[in-house]
Design a protein around this ligand. Structure first.
Ligand code: IMP
Ligand code: ZN
Length: 338
């Protein structure tokens, strides 16, 4: 194996943007799909995965998400997904992971969303020795304000392991403005926030970018489509960005990373994290994402190390920064980096 690729695998890594259900192993996804019709639908979606423009690709991804949501039907399913996700991150030498998920209930509310959260937190605690993981709760663009408020309340109730609030879901629905009061409340109680921004090239999406930047969340996800003015504001205000190479390439319809905005922000020494987004659906891991970046933009091992070190400052659980930096220090000493 390439020496640099090996280095990317061995270095302790930090994952800040991973949707729990999007991390599902493809073998597990197939097992959970019970009907042959759904299996066939997944085959077709897989085949058409990287065909068409940004809107068509997004539609494909979101149809997969709805199929996935329909086959995760009980707490055992979500426990399995959480367990396998953490195992996959551990084997990839991820030392700290913030997983995000939209709380949901099962069996017509007989199993409430608090049980969904507790099931995930239980698994996270079981793996604590091997990986430090924290939860971020997602508000979906299609939800009602009331549901979003409930999510905020849940986050408050489990404050030790829930470290933030995310805004995600189908970017065709421009609804940040509607949820702004919930995100304002999050700020008031010092809950960190991360917002998906600039996922589509259309005018409404670009307009929504302004509202999101005005809000000034703790971190931003993607920022694929934006105006020069928006770019300058994010740079000036130093709002950290979570970039997800495989996912971004797919949705932006780019051939390779050379045109990706990593370069621009990296050259400006902007606070950045490289992440996986949906490692199961996108069939990637954090090492391979970092390796792509290193190769495309010719980063040295030392530069990669320094990059991950600066990412550690962006984690929501500030108590764990020292833990991450210590692990990185030990690694650099062992590999004679400096
Ligand atoms: P969950 O919240 O654990 O169920 O993770 C899957 C969900 O994450 C999907 O249903 C989407 O709403 C959201 N998601 C995953 N990837 C993306 C993305 O690239 N943009 C917006 N939302 C996403
Ligand atoms: Zn995402």
């Amino acid at each position: 194996m390439d020496d640099v690729q090996c280095f990317c695998e061995l270095i302790p890594k930090i994952e800040l943007h991973a949707h729990l259900n999007g991390c599902i192993r493809s073998s597990t996804f197939r097992q959970l799909l019970s009907s042959p019709t759904d299996q066939t639908r997944l085959d077709t979606l897989d085949k058409e995965f990287s065909v068409g423009d940004t809107h068509a690709r997004m539609a494909n991804v979101f149809e997969k998400f709805s199929l996935l949501r329909s086959c995760v039907t009980n707490l055992d399913d979500i426990r399995r997904i959480a367990r396998e996700t953490l195992e996959d991150f551990i084997s990839d030498n991820v030392i700290y992971a913030e997983l995000r998920t939209r709380p949901r209930s099962f069996h017509n509310g007989k199993i409430p969303s608090s049980s969904y959260i507790e099931a995930i937190l239980d698994i996270m605690k079981k793996y604590e020795e091997k990986i430090c993981s924290r939860l971020i709760l997602s508000i979906d663009r299609t939800q009602t304000l009331e549901q979003a408020m409930e999510t905020l309340k849940l986050a408050e109730n489990y404050r030790t392991h829930i470290v933030g609030l995310d805004f995600s879901g189908d970017p065709n629905i421009k609804s940040f403005e509607r949820f702004r009061p919930v995100f304002d409340l999050a700020k008031q109680i010092n809950l960190s926030t991360t917002i998906h921004i600039g996922e589509l090239p259309d005018k409404e999406c670009i307009n929504e970018n302004n509202l999101i930047i005005d809000y000034k969340p703790t971190r931003l996800g993607h920022f694929n489509f934006r105006t020069n003015d928006q770019e300058q504001r994010v740079l000036k205000e130093q709002i950290p960005l979570e970039l997800c190479p495989t996912s971004n390439l797919l949705t932006m319809n780019l051939l390779d990373l050379t045109e990706h905005h990593f370069d621009l922000f990296y050259k400006n020494k902007h606070p950045l994290a490289i992440c996986t987004d949906d490692s199961g659906l996108m069939n990637c891991n954090l090492s391979s994402e970092l390796f792509q970046v290193v190769q495309t933009f010719h980063l040295t091992k030392k530069e990669l190390y320094e990059f991950i070190f600066q990412t550690s400052n962006l984690i929501f659980d500030k108590n764990m920064i020292e833990f991450c930096q210590k692990k990185l220090n030990i690694f650099s000493q062992q590999s004679n980096l400096f």
